[in-house]
Design a protein around this ligand. Structure first.
Ligand code: GLU
Length: 414
């Protein structure tokens, strides 16, 4: 039988198992197997050549029993209704794992920002906010950056919402530039969170970070900051990659040099002649492997050849369920995406709290609070996994879904 590469249905399967383990019946699964709301919009944008192009966008709100929904908006050619739905469900899980007062949401627009001018991107971003304005808002659903969206796009979106609302609404969106109410530490938060879980996982496997060899797939926001943090901690980053290829040096790559040379989409390997493929990268000799790029990278086909003893998923959905099983059987410690990449939404929550109170924290305060949340989250998931003898993904889903299930029950929805 062919492997299930569908992120939506494989997420549903794990949610189902997690709810069963927690003792919930079929009714709870019926409620949580899909988002409560899914809005599809068409956004007309005047392009620079004078013609109008109509883009399709989505906003999914998985469940708001705990609080407003929260999650990023991605601008990417591969955005689809199913992907946005699955991603909104993962946001519920992330918020549950790090214990934030949110449910999960997610948005996306089918477009290729690499082919668009700044003016076109601004008009698209503002159009997205106008099109979804009825269901989003600081106490309803709070967007944030995701794949190929950034602080500038958040600024345009916040400005558009503030104009419609007729007052300044910084709490409408997170991941903003600092001068517009962004939080210190938000840009590095996902990578900080991944670094913290790597340190926790390494402790459990008696690996000293200073002696560790690390391979990172992806050199975007998460991958590049992570490479920097890891090399600052004394680890050897022996492999990195971007969409075009990968670099390998068993003695450790010069991360500062690579950061200096990469472009804003994280491309750097095109500058080198001696490259390897992304596929070869994943199978390199190393202690810790971090897929920080795209989905379905570790599959039944290559999971047997992975040499790392710890795999930390900084990307969303990089490992199939078949591969999860194989890695688990091989004794490899797999830290799942919904735990490993929860640092971004955690500092987004801190940003929203600071916006609501109008009082801003130092970067040290933010990092200290993030450290506490991530260590606690790792500990909870690890304890459930070991005490119940289940894999870390199922354990993370159990921890992640519990609060939303309980809140839904208290509200009388199930
Ligand atoms: N897009 C990020 C994620 O998938 C961040 C979401 C947020 O900050 O709300 O976790």
């Amino acid at each position: 039988m062919a492997e299930n590469l569908n992120l939506f249905t494989s997420t549903q399967e794990v949610i189902k198992k997690a709810l069963q383990k927690l003792g919930y019946d079929e009714g709870m699964y019926e409620l949580l197997k899909e988002p409560l709301r899914m809005l599809e919009v068409r956004i007309p944008v005047k392009m620079d050549n004078g013609q109008v192009k109509v883009f399709t966008g989505y906003r999914a709100q998985h469940n708001d029993a705990v609080g407003p929904t929260k999650g990023g908006v991605r601008f990417h050619p591969n955005v689809s209704e199913e992907e946005v739905k699955a991603l909104s469900m993962w946001m519920t899980l992330k918020a549950g794992i790090v214990d934030l007062p949110y449910g999960g949401g997610k948005g996306g627009v089918i477009c290729d920002p690499r082919q668009m001018s700044m003016g076109e991107l601004e008009r698209l971003s503002r159009g997205y906010v106008r099109a979804t304005s009825q269901i989003v808002g600081p106490t309803k659903d709070i967007p944030a950056p995701d794949v190929f969206t950034n602080a500038q796009i958040m600024a345009w979106m916040m400005d558009e919402y503030s104009r419609m609302d007729e007052f300044n609404s910084p709490g409408f969106i997170t991941g903003k530039p600092i001068v517009l109410g962004g939080s210190l530490g938000r840009d590095k938060a996902t990578a900080q969170g991944v670094t913290i879980v790597i340190e926790e996982a390494a402790k459990r496997r008696n690996i000293d970070i200073k002696d560790a060899r690390i391979v990172i797939q992806g050199f975007g926001n998460a991958g590049s900051f992570l490479a920097k943090f890891m090399s600052d901690l004394g680890a050897k980053v022996v492999g990195i990659s971007d969409a075009y290829g990968a670099l390998y040096d068993p003695e450790g790559l010069d991360i500062d040099y690579l950061l200096d040379r990469r472009d804003s989409f994280g491309t750097v390997t095109t500058l080198f002649e001696n490259t390897i493929s992304n596929k070869e990268l994943l199978e390199l000799e190393c202690d810790i492997l971090v897929p920080a790029a795209i989905e379905n990278q570790l599959t039944a086909e290559n999971a047997h050849r992975i040499k790392a003893s710890i795999v930390v998923e900084a990307a969303n959905g990089p490992t199939t369920s078949e591969a999860t099983k194989i890695l688990n059987e091989r004794g490899i410690l797999l830290v799942p995406d919904v735990l490993a990449s929860a640092g971004g939404v955690t500092v987004s929550y801190f940003e929203w709290v600071q916006n609501n109170q109008g009082y801003y924290w130092t970067e040290e305060e933010v990092n200290e609070k993030l450290l506490k949340k991530m260590v606690e989250a790792f500990d909870n998931v690890y304890t459930v996994a070991t005490s119940r003898n289940i894999d870390m993904r199922l354990a993370a889903y159990m921890v992640g879904v519990r609060k939303t299930a309980e809140a839904s029950r208290f509200r009388g929805w199930v």
